[in-house]
Design a protein around this ligand. Structure first.
Ligand code: TYM
Length: 328
């Protein structure tokens, strides 16, 4: 069975973008692949997090993984820092990464361009830790949204370089983006991706948003003044984004939705999308409410860390030997 690995960094509440671009696909893949998924908590602290809030976001993220349908019987689910090998291999990867490579990472460049100040060394070297997250497990595929593809490609380059220098050690991973919904855009600014770090909440739907609030966000989403329902991502990005959200959640094609709503007003289409989203959130939140205060969270993480550690430890020993760190 081929292996897949991915993670989410809950620096805030998980979003509909995380769900459509990543989480939902993990659930679909867990039947066909050996699935390893983790909560990237070490990545969270590259930017300051209020500890109490971070703890809540991490716990919510595990509950949401389970509520969205990840099954601990099928998938290995763990917290990144429960497996110490990530940090050590992350450091080793940083020693094999050139600054020029990190300077080219668009996510980092965007942050610097926004001039947010206090950029940490951790944020700069974060792709090295992400490479370690991946390479420890030799996955065949890494399912991610569009914005993370560049980081997976770097992991592949680093694996290739390492194998070349020290002999065959790592499998070369492939990024795998969803066909529909790999880049869900902000509802208030369809030229930017939907993200937890947006300045206003209006453009972003959170998985734990009250479904009525989510509906309102969809109804007030920015569209255009063409007044015609067409699949034109360039000229009508807001409208396209809404159709893509609905298409992903109903397993349809955007072209199907265009056919259904052609000739009708935007309001009717928005109502449809709002209902689809609200229904999905309601389903997820019902399960989340049953899980959040149960033992399931701790049990899942304990079991997951044990399984992941066994794989990661073997790989790290091999790496230490290859590079000459091990003397026993
Ligand atoms: P993060 O937490 O920013 O995002 C988690 C996943 O959600 C996807 N995503 C989106 N997809 C579609 N539309 C959007 N608007 C949207 N926003 C986010 C992301 O592409 C991602 O797949 N560094 C990673 C976490 C990570 C990781 C890893 C992933 C750490 N180590 C190893 C894979 C393998 C991150 O910050 O993702």
């Amino acid at each position: 069975m081929q292996r897949m690995l991915s993670g989410i960094k809950p620096t805030g509440q998980l979003t509909l973008g995380n769900y459509i671009g990543a989480l939902r696909n993990f659930v679909q893949y867990q039947d066909e692949y050996e699935m390893i998924v983790f909560i990237a908590n070490l990545h969270c602290i590259t930017v300051y997090q209020e500890p109490k809030e971070l703890r809540k976001n991490l716990k919510d993220a595990v509950a949401l993984y389970l509520a969205c349908g990840l099954d601990p019987q099928k998938a290995t689910i763990f917290l990144q820092n429960d497996v110490y090998e990530h940090a050590e291999l992350g450091y080793i990867m940083a020693c094999n990464t050139y600054m020029g490579e990190l300077n080219r990472m668009t996510q980092f460049k965007d942050k610097v361009a926004k001039n947010e100040g206090n950029i940490t060394a951790g944020l700069y070297t974060y792709p090295c830790l992400m490479a370690a997250d991946i390479l420890l497990y030799d996955p065949d595929y890494v399912p991610v949204g569009d914005d993370q593809k560049q980081h997976v490609e770097l992991a592949r380059d680093l694996a290739l370089r390492f194998n070349h220098k020290y002999g065959d050690t790592f499998k070369l991973p492939e990024p795998l983006a969803a066909k529909v919904g790999a880049r869900i855009m902000s509802l208030s600014d369809p030229y930017h991706k939907m993200s937890k770090s947006e300045h206003s909440d209006k453009g972003c739907i959170y998985l734990l948003d009250d479904p009525n609030v989510a509906k309102k966000k969809i109804m007030s989403a920015v569209t255009d003044s063409f007044g015609e329902i067409k699949a034109d991502k360039e000229k009508q990005p807001g409208l396209y984004n809404l159709m893509e959200i609905a298409a992903a959640l109903t397993n349809r094609q955007v072209s199907d939705i265009v056919e259904e709503f052609k000739g009708q007003g935007y309001g009717i289409l928005k109502t449809y999308v709002a209902d689809v989203v609200a229904k999905e959130l309601t389903k997820i939140q019902e399960r989340y409410n049953a899980i959040i205060n149960s033992d399931m969270i701790n049990e899942t993480l304990k079991e997951g860390a044990m399984k992941a550690s066994a794989i990661a430890h073997r790989k790290l020993l091999k790496v230490r030997k290859k590079i000459g760190l091990e003397i026993r």
